[in-house]
Design a protein around this ligand. Structure first.
Ligand SMILES: C[S@@+](CC[C@H](N)C(=O)[O-])C[C@H]1O[C@@H](n2cnc3c(N)ncnc32)[C@H](O)[C@@H]1O
Length: 660
C-alpha cells in the first residue's frame, strides 16, 4: 500500500530510512549520515579551554571505538561514536530543532546532540548532561566562535528567560532556521521527498512576522521581545507571570543584585525550571536607553518616554490614558503592552506588602496562595483602544484576599476585567475549577478579520492578533471556498470559533468541536455577536471519539484542524520511537486520524504549531498507518510555515491536503 501511495503521490521518499516508525540509534545515525552536513562534533582538544577540560573519549567508553584523525576538524572516525554523560566536547551547531534546541552531530557517526541556546554556526564547548539511546543533551559551557548571524540581544533577560531563545540571531537567520526545521521534519518524519520537483511547489517559504519592522528602535524591539517572552504567548495579547517564594537570579548576576531582590518573585520561569521564577521588574520598567535616545524619536519611543517619565505608576494614569485617547491607528498592541506594564508594576509594587497577607505558591511544599498573574489584552470594539483582563490564579478559594490588589488595578483605565481562577490542584496549570469576576466584565473583546470575538480567561485565542490575521487569511486561501453557500465546514479544535466563523458567511454551515466549555460558550456568543446563524459549536473531547462521532452531521467538504501544542512533546517525535496508538502522544489522536480517513472530506486544512507532530500526522493522512492496516487517502498540496512569534522557537504551519 505504501508503495502504491508513493507511486501515486510522486513525492514520497523511498523508505530506505525508516525514520518514523523504527528510529533507533542505528537508523538515526544511518539517516543522518545519509544527509550532507559539513559541521561536525570534534573530539580534538581545544586550545583555549581555560577551566574547561575537554574529555578525549577513552576507547572503552565508546560503544564503538574512535579511530584516526584528520579532516576539517582534525578528526576522523570510521565508526560510530557515542558520547557519555559528563563528557565535554567541542561542537558546532548545525541547525535548530523543535523548542529551539541547537542540533549538533558527532563526526561521521552522525550521533545527534541537542543543546539549548546553541545557534546555527556557533562553535562551542558543551558537556553531555543527558544521554538517550539515539541522542544526547548537552549544556553549553563556552562559545568558541559565535554564529555568523549574531545580533545583540535587546532584552536583558535574553539569556535567562525561557522564552526568546533566538534573540541574538538576526531575524533573517531565525526565519531561515525555522523554514529549514520544517523542511527537515517533513522530509524525515513526514517522509515526503524534497528531491521531487513537486516538493518545491508544496513547501512554501515561511511567512515572516511584520511586527519586526514596526518598532525600529531597540527600545521598541525590546517591547516586542518581552511580549513574546513567555514562550507560548504572543505580542501584546497575553502574558503569564508566575509567583514564587524565592526569586531566581542568574549566577553571573548574583554579585550585582541586592539580596532582597531574591525574595518573593513575580516574573517568568527560568528556562527548563518549573520552580525557578526570574523576577521581572526592572526590565519592564527601565527607561535608561529610551531616555538616551534623542532626535530621530519614533512614535513608539515617544510613547514609551511619556510613560516612563510622566507616568508615575500610581498617579499618572489619567494622563497616559489621555495620550492613548489621542492616538488611534493600528497601535493597539503597543497600547496593550503599556497597560501590561502598568498592571505588572502595580502588582509588583504592593503584593509583597505584609499587611495584605498574600503569599506566593511554593511548588515544592504546595503551600501559598498566589500562583499566576495572567494578563490578556483585547480591543474595545467601539474605540479600538486596548482593554485588559487581569486573571489571578490562586490555590484556594478566597477571592476576598485579593480585594486590595483589585482596588488598585481597577483604577487603571484599560483594565475592564479582573478575574480569579481558583486552581486547587498541586500542578502548575492556570485553568481554575472555579472562576470569580472581581471587577468589570468576565470577558474581553478582540477584532480579527473584521469580526468581533469575545474571549474568556480560559478560552484559547491566537496570541499574536496581527499575525493571526495573516494566518487566518492563509487558511481562507487554502480553503478554496466556492462561496456559493453550499459547503459544510468542520472546525476541529475550534477554540472560540475564530477560524470557522471567519469562513461562515461563505458556506452553508460550520460545525465546531472543542473541549473547553468556556471556549464553546464564547464561540456561540461570538456567532451571535457577528450575526452568524449557520454555525454550531459542540463541546467534546476529540481524543475520546468513537465510531459514531459526527455521524449525525452532514458530510463536511472541508475539515479544519487547528491543533494545540502540549508541553511535554519537545523534539522527541523526531528522534525517538513512538507508538501510533499512544493516546498521550501530542498531535492528532490516532482515532481522529482514522475518523478523517474514513470521512473522506475533499480538503483538510491542518493548522499546527508543532511541525514535528504535524509532519507525522501528514504522513498518516497521506500514506496511512501500515501497522494498523490504515490506508492514506490524501495528497499534500501545500505546506506553509508562518512565523507567529519572532525570537521564540515557535513555528506555525498551515497545510493543505486534498483527497486523492
Ligand atoms: C491551538 S488552539 C486552536 C483554536 C482555534 N482553532 C484557533 O485557531 O483559534 C487548540 C484548541 O484545541 C482545544 N483542544 C485541545 N485538546 C482538545 C481535545 N482533546 N478535544 C477538543 N478540543 C481540544 C483547546 O482547548 C484549544 O481551544
Amino acid at each position: 500500500m505504501a508503495a502504491a501511495a508513493a507511486a501515486t503521490l510522486g513525492i514520497r521518499s523511498v523508505p530506505s530510512n525508516i525514520w518514523l516508525h523504527k528510529f533507533g540509534a542505528r537508523t538515526a545515525a544511518a539517516s543522518i549520515r545519509s544527509r550532507s552536513f559539513t559541521t561536525l562534533a570534534s573530539l580534538s582538544p581545544v586550545e583555549d579551554t581555560e577551566d574547561i577540560q575537554l574529555n578525549v573519549i577513552p576507547k572503552e567508553d565508546a560503544r564503538e571505538s574512535v579511530s584516526s584523525t584528520s579532516n576539517n576538524n582534525n578528526y576522523k572516525s570510521n565508526k560510530s561514536y557515542y558520547p557519555k554523560r559528563g563528557q565535554t566536547l567541542e561542537l558546532v551547531c548545525e541547525s535548530l530543532a523543535f523548542k529551539g534546541k541547537g542540533v549538533c552531530k558527532v563526526a561521521d557517526s552522525g550521533f545527534v546532540l541537542m543543546c539549548d541556546r546553541a545557534l546555527p554556526g556557533e562553535r562551542f564547548i558543551g558537556r553531555v548532561t543527558r544521554k538517550k539511546d539515539n541522542y544526547a543533551e548537552v549544556k553549553k559551557l563556552k562559545t568558541i566562535t559565535p554564529h555568523s548571524d549574531y545580533v545583540e540581544a535587546p532584552c536583558e533577560y535574553a539569556s535567562h528567560c525561557g522564552g526568546c531563545k533566538t534573540q541574538s540571531l538576526s531575524y533573517e537567520a531565525q526565519l531561515k532556521a525555522k523554514e529549514q526545521q520544517v523542511r527537515d521534519l517533513v522530509v524525515h518524519v513526514g517522509k515526503f521527498s524534497d528531491q521531487e520537483p513537486e516538493f518545491g511547489g508544496v513547501m512554501k517559504p515561511i511567512v515572516p512576522c511584520d511586527i519586526q519592522f514596526h518598532y525600529r528602535n531597540k527600545e521598541s524591539e525590546e517591547l516586542d521581545i518581552l511580549l513574546t517572552a513567555n514562550a507560548s504567548f504572543g505580542l501584546a495579547v497575553m502574558m503569564e507571570f508566575s509567583f514564587g517564594p524565592k526569586g531566581w537570579v542568574p549566577a553571573e548576576q548574583l554579585q550585582e543584585k541586592s539580596t532582597d531582590e531574591c525574595v518573593y518573585a513575580l516574573g517568568l520561569h527560568a528556562p527548563g525550571f518549573f520552580d525557578k521564577v526570574l523576577n521581572v521588574n526592572k526590565c519592564l520598567l527601565q527607561s535608561d536607553s529610551a531616555n538616551e535616545k534623542s532626535g530621530n524619536e519614533s512614535r513608539a519611543t515617544w510613547r514609551r518616554t511619556v510613560i516612563v517619565e510622566d507616568y508615575g505608576v500610581q498617579d499618572g494614569r489619567r494622563k497616559h490614558h489621555n495620550v492613548l485617547e489621542k492616538e488611534n491607528e493600528n497601535m493597539h498592541e503597543f497600547h496593550g503592552y503599556i497597560s501590561f506594564k502598568v498592571v505588572l508594576a502595580t502588582v509588583q509594587e504592593c503584593w509583597r506588602d505584609p499587611e495584605l497577607g498574600l503569599s506566593p505558591w511554593n511548588v515544592h511544599s504546595h503551600t501559598g496562595f498566589l500562583k499566576h498573574l495572567m494578563l490578556r489584552s483585547g480591543r474595545n470594539i467601539e474605540t479600538g483602544l486596548p482593554e485588559l483582563m487581569v486573571n489571578f490564579v490562586t490555590s484556594s478559594d478566597n477571592p476576598e484576599c485579593l480585594r486590595p490588589l483589585v482596588e488598585k488595578i481597577a483604577t487603571i483605565p484599560e483594565v475592564v476585567s479582573i478575574v480569579n481562577n481558583v486552581n486547587t490542584s498541586i500542578g502548575n496549570t492556570s485553568v481554575g475549577e472555579k472562576e470569580y469576576t472581581l471587577y468589570g466584565k468576565s470577558t474581553i473583546t478582540e477584532i480579527l478579520r473584521g469580526l468581533t470575538f469575545q474571549i474568556s480567561a480560559n478560552s484559547f485565542f491566537q496570541t499574536n492578533t496581527r499575525q493571526a490575521d495573516v494566518l487566518y487569511k492563509l487558511i481562507e486561501d487554502c480553503a478554496f471556498l466556492k462561496a456559493d453557500g453550499s459547503e459544510i465546514v468542520l472546525d476541529l479544535f475550534c477554540g472560540t470559533g475564530t477560524i470557522g466563523l471567519t469562513l461562515a458567511k461563505r458556506v452553508k454551515h460550520v460545525y465546531g468541536f472543542e473541549v473547553v466549555a468556556q471556549a464553546v460558550s464564547d464561540a456561540r456568543q461570538n456567532a451571535t455577536l457577528n450575526f452568524i446563524n449557520n454555525a454550531t459549536f459542540i463541546e467534546g473531547d476529540l481524543n475520546k471519539i468513537d465510531s459514531t462521532f459526527a455521524s449525525n452531521l452532514p458530510k463536511p467538504d472541508i475539515v479544519i484542524t487547528g491543533l494545540e501544542m502540549r508541553s511535554p512533546m519537545a523534539f522527541s517525535s523526531m528522534l525517538c520511537e513512538w507508538h501510533p496508538a499512544d493516546p498521550n502522544r501530542p498531535g492528532m489522536h490516532i482515532k481522529l486520524i482514522k475518523f478523517l480517513l474514513r470521512l473522506r472530506a475533499s480538503r483538510i486544512i491542518y493548522v499546527s504549531c508543532n511541525p514535528a507532530t504535524c509532519a507525522r500526522d501528514l504522513n498518516y493522512l497521506c500514506y496511512g498507518v501500515p501497522e494498523q492496516n490504515i490506508d492514506g487517502r490524501y495528497r499534500l498540496s501545500s505546506l506553509q510555515p508562518v512565523d507567529m512569534f519572532p525570537h521564540t522557537p515557535h513555528i506555525e504551519c498551515v497545510c493543505s491536503l486534498e483527497l486523492r
